[in-house]
Design a protein around this ligand. Structure first.
Ligand code: B12
Ligand code: SF4
Length: 522
């Protein structure tokens, strides 16, 4: 019997579902006879989820249902589902005024209900899809994967139907094996009720694949709502140029989800893929790599790609990405500007070299500044989002002063209105060094539930430990009160008023110390 694969992207803010698009594209290249359909619940109004899913299954009658789940954890400092989760949590934990605390508790309750509501709803959609598909094919198989599943695969084993194949990281090889009827037990996956996730499975290397340009003529054929993402001009459509990140940043799980081995997609293929989107009217692209330039040795690859984009004549595009700004050269800066990079995020986390080293981030902050000057020199005049996560480890008033000095220097380079301080607090994730650190320091106990949003667990997962936790709590509350629409800048202002600013040179030098080696050497 010919396989019929239905890809269901579970509800999500409308972010282009590049993961299922790539899976369907590869399957088509390997098995042209297989029938496929993409169904994106991100484009369906919530009240219609069940009905729309039923209708799709009734029409398509899949033999294999692939659910793709993008995000679960929601500690964002921005207005999210059911409110601003960070603000609500902070109001509840840190507000002195009982009325604000109460508001925080109510807000937190709202966020928790939205969170659990979504979790249960998505699990319900998976069960419903399976049940419905069984009406047509008793032997239908269910595979679940995607970003959220990669992070929380161990917890999901108690919640998914027996027989579900749960996949970690990229799913191409798993699907290929499944369709060939071959053993897939060596892939990063397990079968609910039949096999257990291997210990440290997420740390195993993904199977490399040779990526070629996605065939959008085909994708458009199997995805009726594709046009949804073409209609609005403000979508940044995902294009992946490489996989993997060689770094070790203490709180980050990307480096294990994608693996440490950086695998570059051939520049010609990336350009061919972009060209197809360009010809359909797309002008905004997001390079969905964990890092667009993961290390200095990948600079030539970035140069090659950007040069080829220029040579292809796509002159009026814009693009954005996560950029490690320590890996730039004047030539690369020039190409970035010429090819239309109009937004990038640098996740330096702290402006203190000492802390950056302790968090194992491998950044040289002085180099970042020099490269930012080159970028400005090359004509970059757009927005930079600088991600700061305060209080990750060993934060002191001194290191805060250094972060302020660093941030002010970035403002001097790009212009204060162009540098957006994005204040995050780390949402602790499983399989990270920070999790190990939390175990070692008795902040968390092995066996905790990283998906829990119960206040007592959430307070530890939303990483902001004492002694500075309450201080940051109060500063953030004050910032929301004074200037909720410019939260990041307000936080910086208040911190500077309270603590002052260090000389820049102090921020850039990290004394080698022997204490607090846990994260440096763990
Ligand atoms: C790029 C990126 C972004 C960009 C997206 C830009 C764009 N226009 O596409 C931006 C910066 C906007 C962004 C925002 C956010 N992101 Co984000 N993002 C990523 C990142 C780095 C890559 C995602 C990606 O597109 N990869 C490339 C594609 C091809 O891979 P993929 O979609 O994962 O699909 C592959 C596999 O997952 C697998 N797969 C997918 N589905 C299925 C299904 C089956 C059955 C199988 C077998 C396999 C499979 O195969 C696919 C092909 O290889 C990931 C981390 C990472 N390294 O994966 C986080 C990640 C997806 N983001 C995450 C989150 C939380 C967010 C935010 C909610 C953050 C926030 N707090 O504000 C926001 C908002 C997102 C939203 N929905 O509203 C989380 C989600 C997990 C979680 N914690 O719940 C991730 C995993 C990071 C993390 N570790 O926390 N993000
Ligand atoms: S450089 Fe970025 S993607 Fe790589 S490990 Fe660090 S935080 Fe994660």
């Amino acid at each position: 019997m010919t396989q019929r694969i239905l890809y269901v992207r579970l509800p999500c803010n409308p972010i282009f579902p590049i993961g299922v698009v790539y899976l369907a594209d590869l399957v088509h290249k390997l098995f042209p006879a297989v029938e496929q359909k993409i169904f994106d619940l991100g484009t369906v109004p919530p009240l219609d989820f069940n009905r729309a899913l039923d209708r799709c299954i009734d029409q398509f009658k899949p033999t294999l249902v692939v659910f793709s789940w993008r995000d679960i954890q929601i500690y964002a400092p921005v207005g999210g589902r059911g409110g601003n989760p960070l603000q609500n949590a902070f109001e509840f934990y840190y507000a002195k005024n009982p009325l604000v605390r109460l508001r925080g508790a109510l807000g937190g309750f709202k966020v928790a209900t939205a969170y659990y509501g979504e979790l249960w709803r998505n699990l319900g959609l998976i069960r419903r899809g399976l049940k419905r598909a069984r009406r047509y094919h008793r032997e239908v198989r269910l595979v679940v994967g995607g970003g959220a599943v990669s992070v929380f695969y161990e917890q999901l084993k108690h919640q998914l139907p027996k027989g579900t194949i749960v996949s970690v990281g990229e799913g191409e090889t798993l699907l290929e094996r499944l369709l060939r009827g071959e053993d897939f037990s060596d892939q990063r996956c397990y079968v609910v009720g039949e096999t257990e996730p291997r210990e440290r499975m997420i740390h195993e290397n993904p199977t490399p694949i040779e990526k070629t340009a996605c065939n959008y003529d085909y994708i458009q054929n199997i995805w009726t709502e594709f046009d949804y993402y073409l209609q609005e001009n403000d979508f940044y459509i995902g294009v992946q140029t490489k996989r993997g990140c060689p770094h070790n940043c203490c709180y980050c799980v990307y480096t294990v989800v994608e693996g440490k081995q950086v695998r570059i997609n051939p520049a010609d293929e990336v350009v061919k893929e972009m060209r197809q989107l360009y010809d359909r009217g797309i002008r905004n692209f997001w390079f969905t790599d964990a890092q667009f330039i993961p290390a200095r040795r990948f600079i030539p690859d970035a140069v090659e790609l950007l040069q080829k984009i220029l040579d292809a004549g796509m002159q009026d595009i814009h693009w954005a990405a996560y950029i490690r700004a320590d890996n730039l050269t004047p030539e690369l800066c020039d190409l970035m500007v010429k090819t239309g990079m109009n937004y990038f995020e640098i996740g330096i986390t702290s402006g203190s070299q000492e802390l950056v080293r302790k968090m194992r981030m491998g950044y040289n902050l002085r180099t970042v500044l020099e490269n930012c000057r080159d970028l400005k020199e090359a004509g970059f005049n757009d927005l930079v989002s600088v991600n700061y996560s305060f209080n990750v480890i060993d934060e002191t008033y001194d290191t805060i002063r250094q972060t302020i000095a660093y941030h002010r220097e970035l403002e001097r380079i790009f212009g204060a209105d162009k540098v957006e301080p994005a204040i995050f607090f780390i949402g602790l994730q499983p399989h990270t060094h920070l999790e190990e650190y939390a175990f070692k320091n008795n902040i968390l106990k092995p066996g905790y539930n990283p998906m829990s949003l119960m206040p007592w667990t959430a307070k530890k997962l939303l990483w902001n430990p004492e002694p500075l936790g309450s201080f940051f709590g109060e500063v953030c509350l004050q910032a929301w009160q004074q200037n909720p629409n410019d939260f990041g800048r307000e936080v910086m202002k208040i911190l500077e008023e309270k603590l002052g600013c260090a000389p820049l040179e102090k921020a850039l030098t990290a004394p080698i110390e022997s204490n607090n080696k846990e994260l440096v050497t763990a």
